[in-house]
Ligand binder design. Sequence first.
Ligand code: PLP
Length: 384
Amino acid sequence: MKPIPYGRQNITEEDIKNVIETLKSDFLTQGPKIKIFEEAFAQYIGSEYAVAVANGTAALHLCTLALGIQKGDKVITTPITFAASANCVKYTGGEVVFADIDPKTYLLDPVKVENILRAYPKGTFKAIIPVDFAGRSADMFAFQKLANKYGSKIIEDACHAPGGFIKPTEGRKINCGDGQLAEMAIFSFHPVKHIACGEGGMITTNDESLYKKLLLLRTHGITKDPDLLQNNHGAWYYEMQELGYNYRLSDIQAALGTSQLCRAEQGLKRRRTIALRYANAFEKKDYILGQSGFVEGHAYHLYIIEVKDREGLYQHLRKNNIFAQVHYVPVHTMPYYKQFGWENGDFPLAEKFYEHCLSLPMFPTLTEQEQEFVIDCINSYYDQ
Ligand SMILES: Cc1ncc(COP(=O)(O)O)c(C=O)c1O
């Protein structure tokens, strides 16, 4: 059996053709392919606007800037996420406050968040960053209520969840990142994600003023839009109105992203089929302490099991050429964050999850035979 990673991009001949076409065109960096990608992505997610950027981390950074988060401002997020969900607050000089997870969903727990919020005057926390960890929508209704009650804004980190959704009532569907329940949402197009651009990211929003601000911040704070200029010296004239960044995506990457987006639903369907097979295979196993399970609307960037002796299983799988992964080392236990006073033991549920979790191979081109091999290897480790 050839090596089986936990995630893998799927590049087709069509993708390659689209990239080559762009390479032969007049634009390599930001050009016409960006708008095409943004519009197709906004349509897919169901948001009014989308802004393509260099990567998911840049997307998070621009969101914190667009909300005006500054030195000393407090923002809440989960410890079970990639470091970038917290780092974006540090980029602005803000303070990251973590809250523990719900052990059943592995997601930021709104009850724990409210316990923190209510201890401070209204407006103390400038934002909440819920993460649709593994592809499962965060409890966005609860966070929206908290944001309204305590004067915060919401940046939804939907990197794991393009195509994910919740159905609060029959007939109503809320897509992860569609802007109904958050000011902005962000996505990543890193190759292990649903849509691969090499590097790439997207911000979605339904707020026109945030959209315009994000466009400005993406390109150095520079505009050429005649309607926005304070002066105008002629057709060449441009104006830097804010301190922005070069967080542009290239047309080459956008061509790949748009091409990949055409197959997004197909990939999701396959991920959900794989998840169902894992869920059924592990349902009654006594060595399984918890698992992602089969949840409607889950986008299954990751399929996670919680097991006894995770280290032993991880090594056993590696010997069999299966490269499972651990997502994530809790962010508050990172040496960088410990300097701000966070310690092991601060979030017992997140830390217990980290002790037992393992992300199994989950990508659309994983074959049934490969998945059976993974399941057999796990069973044989505990049955020996
Ligand atoms: C939850 C989450 N947020 C943010 C990011 C950052 O995205 P990128 O790697 O595109 O900068 C990632 C990427 O791994 C992620 O998993």
